[in-house]
Design a protein around this ligand. Structure first.
Ligand code: G6P
Ligand code: ZN
Length: 585
């Protein structure tokens, strides 16, 4: 067995290592600075209790983006030097964020070991490559992201760090080959285990869904399917699950080979960035897909926790998606057969889920943006299904949102609704049919989001400042609105969203600026917590329509007047210099 020594390296604090909504995300060149990654990793070790480090088992992997392999070798050397007992690595450094969560919760090593945490190497939906983003975040023993108490401690530690231990002479570990490599250090044995990236996750999915019924749906000739991994880590799971387990043809997979630069693309599953899929589904305004689009399409982001669901020439908003999953979960998904414990959405997500919760008598929670807020509710047994407008949907099977789970949930609902069709007796119930049926039952929440990416940070703050100021003079606001669009309802109340966690009592303030209208419409303004450059302003626009004769409009048309009001009220163009948003979803 190869033995290693531990040396102490002197370092000094580096500015700007404050973890955002989902860890530390910076350009690769920032991460490559001497001691940059090392400082953050040591600050994390120092923020954890001793038993989570000494003798512990840690997962280290991610979406396989550029710099992952080098980062893993550094973290392995530092873990060894800090007295960690084992590091578990997904083959070729690949593990999706949901798979990491599942592995922490479910995987048992050959010797009975369990992981107590993970370093996830990803910048999620941000582009990758030498000139793009890298990222790192720490997840806890529940499988969920570190809470603010830990990330605050990590940040404090980065401001005072003086040294870190490292096993410089530990040989480079081959992370492309499955197996265990053992080393001997000053504190005893240290193992690095490389394992199959998909095995544990596939097993978990098979325990949640009825794979046989989905298989039957996928083999039905009129049901055509397409999945786009945008060259992210989802590709490693898509092949195993959709092709090998469920029998979909290879040709139904698009961009499913994980690449360290995501093929030069922006791995974010929305109507702007998932261009190829959008064209194939017949939704592109400029490209012609050529031929009949598939019945069902879906895409994932870089680390496979996000999802976009599409029908033939039809976009399902993430806000509708979670509501529809919640409304149909019990009959369609075996995991939920005994009922839902509750449902939850983030504040800017539309109120479609609220209506389902009310009709079905389910516990309901509205939390700030960020998946960690759902985790507390789930740990306390208060929530089964949750979702966010930002293309995140998931359940309490793990503590992260789960892109492939969402696709399997939709396929389960389609299989359920098409039972008779699959037996040869009826017409195919499509994605669009399911959504329209849902609107007819619960009403429709017209919804759109405008993103202004990479705007000047000071200008963004000033815009938010103006909107807060306006909140104290609603009569004046209503006068402005009437001057622009007399048909738009009055603002009934306005505030900055604040959340008191019902489980631990913690309070999160300044979670977005809300304008709530008398007819149930909403305008929400937030600054993104996930960008890596400048500021991103997000504007969320929503309008509820109960009248069945008015639920079929184009959403941009229906929301036109409200959008106009939002842009003028916020002086968007004046502050940002932008006449249109970067992305509209
Ligand atoms: C990440 C988090 C989500 C959150 C999203 C918000 O994806 O995991 O929970 O909704 O970021 O991003 P934003 O850029 O709007 O802060
Ligand atoms: Zn992601």
């Amino acid at each position: 067995m190869v033995s290693f020594k531990v040396s102490l390296v002197s370092t000094s604090p580096i500015d700007g290592q404050k973890p955002g909504t989902s860890g530390l995300r910076k350009k690769v060149k920032v991460f490559k600075q001497p001691n940059y990654l090392e400082n953050f990793v040591q600050a994390t070790f120092n923020a954890l209790t001793t038993e989570k480090v000494k003798g512990a088992t840690l997962v280290v992997s991610g979406d396989g983006r550029y710099y992952s392999e080098q980062a893993i070798q550094i973290i392995v050397k530092m873990a060894a030097a800090n007295g960690v007992r084992r590091v578990w690595v997904g083959q070729n450094s690949l593990l999706s964020t949901p798979a990491v969560s599942a592995i922490i919760r479910e995987r048992v090593g050959a010797d009975g070991s369990k992981a107590t945490g993970a370093f996830i190497l990803t910048a999620s939906h941000n582009p990758g490559g030498p000139t793009e983003d890298f990222g790192i975040k720490y997840n806890m023993e529940t499988g969920g992201p570190a809470p603010e108490s830990i990330t605050d401690k990590i940040y404090e530690n980065t401001k005072t760090i003086k040294e870190y231990p490292i096993a410089e002479d530990l040989p480079r570990v081959d992370i492309s080959t499955i197996g265990i490599t053992s080393f001997e250090g000053p504190e005893g044995k240290f193992d690095v285990e490389v394992f199959d990236s998909a095995d544990d996750y596939v097993k978990l999915m098979k325990s949640i869904f009825d794979f046989e019924s989905i298989k039957k749906l996928l083999s039905y000739p009129k049901f055509t399917f397409c999945y786009d991994a945008l060259h992210g880590v989802a590709g490693a799971y898509a092949h195993r699950i959709f092709v090998e387990e469920l029998g979909a043809p290879e040709s139904s997979l698009l961009n499913c080979v994980p690449k360290e630069d995501f093929g030069g693309g922006h791995p974010d599953p929305n109507l702007t960035y998932a261009k190829e899929l959008v064209a194939r589904m017949g939704l592109s305004k400029t490209d012609d897909a050529g031929g009949e689009p598939p019945e069902f399409g879906a895409a994932a982001d870089g680390d496979a926790d996000r999802n976009m669901i599409l029908g033939k020439r039809f976009f399902v908003t993430p806000s509708d998606s979670v509501a529809i999953i919640a409304a149909n979960a019990v009959g369609a998904i075996p995991y939920f057969s005994s009922g839902l414990k509750g449902v939850a959405r983030s504040m800017p997500t539309s109120a479609a889920l609220d209506v389902v919760a009310k009709n079905l008598g389910l516990k309901f929670f509205e939390v700030p943006t960020g998946w960690k807020f759902f985790g507390n509710l789930m740990d306390a047994g208060m929530c089964s299904v949750c979702g966010e407008e930002s293309f995140g949907t998931g359940s309490d099977h793990i503590r992260e949102k789960d892109g492939i789970w969402a696709v399997l949930a939709w396929l389960s609902i389609l299989a359920h609704k098409n039972k008779e069709t699959l037996d040869g007796n009826a017409k195919l119930v499509t994605v669009e049919d399911i959504v329209r049926q849902h609107w007819a039952t619960y009403g429709r929440h017209y919804y759109t989001r405008y993103d202004y990416e990479n705007v000047d940070a000071t200008a963004a703050k000033e815009l938010m400042g103006l909107l807060v100021k306006l909140q104290s003079s609603l009569p004046e606001v209503n006068k402005i609105i009437k001057g622009i669009h007399p048909e738009v309802a009055n603002v009934a109340s306005a505030d900055e969203f604040e959340y008191k966690d019902p489980v631990d009592g913690s309070v999160s303030k300044h979670q977005g600026i809300r304008y709530l209208f008398e007819d149930g419409s909403r305008l929400v303004f937030r600054l993104s917590g996930t960008g890596s450059e400048g500021a991103t302003i997000r504007l969320y626009i929503e309008q509820y329509e109960k009248d069945a004769s008015k639920i079929g409009r184009d959403s941009q048309d229906a929301l036109g007047p409200l959008v106009d009001v939002a842009l003028k009220l916020s002086k968007m163009q004046e502050f940002t210099g932008r006449s249109s948003p970067t992305v509209i979803t």
